[in-house]
Design a protein around this ligand. Structure first.
Ligand code: NI
Length: 160
């Protein structure tokens, strides 16, 4: 396990569409472990593989309940609406207001390549949408409603 370097907005790797994971192997297991370590070290609630320079459809999320690893995630249901502050580990020190669904369901594979269904409400729904966007080369700045603001370190805990 090791920390990986988080790519910062402007890095072209963050603008690319990631490839599906076809099979699990030790290298990808190491990547997932490193993604969790890197996310926790940076006090984030989510991280997508392109944020550490790997163009694979893998995201990790931990909103405080359970660590979730989703491989090849597809959001199959979006319901309701929430408007709130969002941040990204690839844009440190910034936040902006983004409207997201309040409730989502995503189909994915876990790290053993078993099919899973992840249901998210509130912050988890927001994190799932935010991380899945990364896999298609999109970042939340494209969605902010009122520009970006500087945040202090205490307000950064919702970063993903
Ligand atoms: Ni992000």
């Amino acid at each position: 396990m090791a920390l990986r370097t988080i790519r910062i907005a402007g890095d072209p790797v963050l603008e690319k569409v990631c490839r599906e994971v076809k099979e699990m192997n030790p290298r990808t297991q190491d990547l997932i472990d490193d993604m969790f370590d890197t996310m926790y070290d940076a006090c984030g609630v989510g991280l997508a593989a392109p944020q550490v320079g790997i163009l694979k459809r893998i995201v990790v999320i931990d909103c405080g309940d359970d660590p979730i690893c989703m491989i090849n995630p597809v959001i199959t249901l979006r319901e309701g609406e929430q408007t709130g502050g969002e941040g990204c580990l690839s844009l440190p020190g910034k936040t902006g207001t983004v409207t997201r669904p309040m409730h989502v369901i995503a189909e994915a594979y876990d790290r053993n390549m078993q099919k899973i269904t992840v249901e998210g409400e509130g912050l988890l729904a927001r994190a799932i949408c935010h991380e899945c966007d990364h896999l298609d080369g999109h970042m939340y700045m494209e969605l902010v409603e009122d520009g970006l603001y500087d945040v202090d370190m205490e307000a950064m805990e919702e970063e993903s």
